[in-house]
Ligand binder design. Structure first.
Ligand SMILES: O=C(CO)[C@@H](O)[C@H](O)COP(=O)(O)O
Length: 232
């Protein structure tokens, strides 16, 4: 079942290693089937060196295992909740990549300081509110998904394919699992650049909004605004 998606998801998880985004067994990538009924995700705690497509786990949108011998990623509840709420995404990548995690744990958004950032993200990378003491329970991963969805009440996942979970780490997504990895790589790169700029100048100057608008429109077209209609 979903053999092709297992191959894609396994490759995406291995690509996290290739791009230097994971330490130990941290992080996970998943993809959703075309009918949006099943999610394929990395198995929990499996060493990346040993990872094979047959190790991927298939779950339904309630997170119940429908195929696979291993336990699915501990972040499965977050992944399935995001797929249920963000209908345009086909793949999700969660990492503890160094620079993006620094911003997440500092509870700081990543400002859009240049066109490198604007190529992938329409504006500052948002950070969620911290989870409350009552939310840090066995339902932690569900509550993590909830605070992300809450933070995106006014944001379009198409134009902003990433978020920083306060006190935790980043999640990135895209139309495919491979694209979610690409956005996770871009997120880590712009986080490192933003941190570097902060070391050079006391007050970094975010990109002017007209430059952001025109640059993003040139790169992604009006559809990427998802419900916004910018002047031509
Ligand atoms: O965010 C976390 C832990 O804080 C997870 O991403 C782990 O880093 C990886 O968990 P598995 O996917 O192996 O269950």
């Amino acid at each position: 079942m979903l053999e092709d998606l297992k191959e894609q998801v396994c490759q995406a998880n291995l690509d996290l290693v290739k791009h230097g985004l994971v330490t130990l067994t941290w992080g996970n990538a998943s993809g959703i089937s075309e009918d949006r009924q099943h999610v394929v995700i990395k198995a929990s705690g499996v060493a990346y060196d040993d990872m094979q497509p047959r190790h991927m786990v298939v779950v339904d949108l309630d997170g119940n295992v429908v195929e696979g011998q291993l336990r699915p990623s501990s972040d499965t509840p977050t992944h399935v909740l995001l797929y249920s709420n963000f209908k345009t995404i086909g793949g999700i990548t969660h990492t503890h990549s160094r620079f993006a995690t620094v911003f997440a744990q500092a509870r700081l958004e990543i400002p859009c300081l240049g066109t490198t950032h604007a190529d992938h993200f329409y504006g500052a990378i948002p950070v969620t509110r911290p989870l409350s003491e009552e939310e840090v329970t066995e339902a932690y991963e569900v509550n993590t998904g909830q605070v992300i969805v809450e933070r995106f009440a006014e944001l379009a996942p198409v134009a902003m394919p990433a978020v920083l979970v306060a006190g935790h780490a980043p999640f990135a997504w895209g139309p495919t699992v491979a694209k979610s990895v690409e956005n996770a790589v871009a997120l880590e790169a712009v986080a490192e650049m933003a941190l570097g700029v902060r070391q050079l100048v006391a007050e970094p100057i975010p990109l002017e909004s007209y430059v952001l608008d025109k640059h993003f429109l040139r790169k992604h077209g009006p559809d990427a605004y998802y419900g916004q209609t910018p002047e031509k």
